[in-house]
Write a new protein. Sequence first.
Length: 165
Amino acid sequence: MGALKSAFAGLARVTVLIAAVSLCALVMVLAWQVFGRYVLNNSPSWTEPVAMTLMSVAALFGAAIAVRAETHFAFPTLVESAPKPARAALKLLGRIIALVFGAALAWFGGFLMWDSWDVPMAGAPMPEGVSSVGLCGGGALIALFALERILFGDPPDPHAPAQES
């Protein structure tokens, strides 16, 4: 089980890195769009579809990390206000809901990606299917991190001091 926990932790680090890079790239693309529009008076056509794709990746990969930390799809008010015996069942229900929604996002995002891969993206020299990468990948990660919570229970306290090995 330790190897599986380490694999999930590694996947989470890669997910955060991809979300952060997407967010930084989004800022650069939008800055170029503003520069092109107001300084060059020639707004590049590729910036809007690329920005939308990067925003999708950043948002959905970030949501996956929030599912892992149980700050998204967790229903904390309901869980904390419920009687103590019902709390574990409500946490499990929230984790199952996140797993199902993540799997649905991955499935339908994959379908959209596959179905539109041969269609050229309007304004950008890439396939339209690329615009669904965030939906498909983010949904898969949401499902995986929800499964991690089902298998291993509560996430570690991010404010706890690091454990010495």
